[in-house]
Design a protein around this ligand. Structure first.
Ligand SMILES: Cc1ncc(COP(=O)(O)O)c(C=O)c1O
Length: 440
């Protein structure tokens, strides 16, 4: 590996690690997942789909966009205007802000057939609240799940039984260290899009009262999977929770569950709901939500005003501009562009078909991360922040996407040549990226 100096942002990261264990509060922003010492790591300013690092260098974000929260683009003028006005009038007082009620009404309007809403700040918190509400309603306590749902004990507990249980659900190698051992048999995984696996899981654990799924992530679920979940939940009085924290607002004006056909009793939103301002929501059927009054669920900052204001403004924007259409059009363009490049260069890289969060997956085993590291390294040099997936936002216009594809093609041409010459790994100027929680 050629020797290069660390980026200044990465030097701060090293210092931060000494006083913030793990460097920050979210795995997905750790530089080791991207380019390690070459990664800008910190930003000074963000607007639309552009980012400026600590030294003022400008990049185009064709990657995570605030881990999916900046659905309209960074620092959107309309949302900022509403939020700034709210700041002037005070954000957390002895009394409640009416925007909380207005947002609840809005969420019930776009989620027909539901009757109650609870608010939190992060996605993981909202999922924890959803599980508590569901548990307090159903007499059966156990959970079957598929997908990623945050860091809370109810979820990580599945790895107490088998430390590989979460490996098929977005993040590998998550450690349940610190999770109460008594939760060991309380939660059981099933594979996404595999109705037989769900049936097996339910048959083996007759006391399952809650099923949790992500409505969509890499691909849309097949009909059989959707129908099986709906049927089993209905027949056995199981509460179905659709986690829309990532999928929400990306394929229609609300949850993806509506388009793919899930019939949930509880739906959970986060991320894009506030376009980067912290707000999440649990939307549930009347009788379940009414019953939740009996369970103590309360937090001072959950009634803070900015999240509600940002969410009202964001939903309004999404509806007026039909933002999901734009996300899908741009994602389709990228998806087709990637597929054409990989075909032309004979590269074995698959592309997902969930367009608003389009994802590529190299099929080269151990070598996958060498390919992705080189891709990020070469694109960064050209001013692009990239990864294996792109959360499209309203700020990514056609020109930006086409320019990105042009540059991505040039980079993949180099990758293809370097693979043929067996030189790709030698061209890396930083550590090979890793998704692993353990190594970080
Ligand atoms: C589907 C899903 N559920 C839950 C979460 C957790 O949300 P947060 O990171 O806001 O706590 C995420 C975050 O990536 C997610 O994608």
């Amino acid at each position: 590996m050629k020797k290069v100096r660390s980026n200044i942002g990465y030097s701060y990261w090293k210092k931060a690690n000494k006083i913030i264990p793990g460097g920050n509060s979210i795995l997905s922003k750790r530089p080791e997942r991207y380019l390690g010492k070459l990664w800008p790591t910190y930003y000074k300013k963000a607007k639309g789909c552009f980012l400026w690092d600590l030294q003022g260098k400008k990049y185009i974000d064709m990657a995570q966009m605030g881990i999916g929260s900046a659905i309209l683009g960074y620092s959107n003028d309309k949302i900022n205007f509403a939020v700034k006005n709210a700041i002037k009038d005070g954000v957390n007082t002895t009394l409640n802000s009416l925007e909380e009620y207005n947002l609840a009404k809005k969420l019930l309007k776009i989620n027909k057939g539901f009757g109650g809403v609870k608010f939190c700040r992060s996605g993981g918190e909202a999922m924890d609240v959803a599980i508590r509400i569901a548990r307090s309603f159903t007499r059966k306590q156990k959970i079957a799940f598929s997908g990623y749902h945050g860091w809370f004990d109810w979820y990580l507990a599945t790895n107490l039984k088998n430390k590989a249980n979460l490996n098929d659900h977005l993040l590998e190698g998550l450690s349940p260290t610190g999770v109460y051992n008594g939760l060991k048999n309380s939660i059981h995984p099933f594979k996404y899009d595999d109705p037989d696996d769900l049936i097996r899981t339910i048959k083996k654990n007759k006391d399952i009262g809650i099923v949790v799924v992500e409505s969509a992530r890499y691909n849309y679920p097949n009909r059989d999977f959707v129908n099986t979940i709906n049927k089993i939940c209905n027949k056995r009085n199981i509460i179905l929770i659709c986690d829309e924290i990532t999928s929400g607002f990306r394929i229609n004006n609300s949850g993806a569950y509506k388009s793919v056909g899930f019939k949930p009793q509880i739906v959970v939103f986060g991320k894009g709901l506030g376009n980067g301002f912290a707000i999440s929501a649990v939307v549930g059927k009347s009788k379940i939500m009414k019953n939740s009054i009996g369970s103590f669920i309360s937090s001072s900052n959950w009634s803070e005003r900015l999240g509600f204001v940002a969410a009202l403004s964001t939903i309004d924007f999404i509806q007026k501009k039909k933002v999901w259409k734009h996300l899908n059009d741009m994602g389709k363009l990228i998806s087709k562009g990637w597929k054409d490049i990989f075909k032309e260069l004979n590269l074995n890289i698959s592309v997902s078909n969930f367009y608003p969060l389009v994802t590529m997956k190299p099929n080269y085993g151990q070598f996958n991360n060498v390919i992705l590291t080189y891709f990020m390294q070469d694109m960064l040099r050209k001013g692009y922040i990239v990864s294996s997936s792109i959360y499209l936002s309203y700020a990514h216009d056609k020109r930006i996407c086409l320019d990105y594809l042009k540059e991505a093609r040039k980079t993949f041409m180099k990758i293809s040549d370097l693979i043929k010459q067996n030189r790709l790994k030698r061209e890396l100027r930083t550590e090979i990226r890793t998704d692993s929680f353990q190594r970080l």
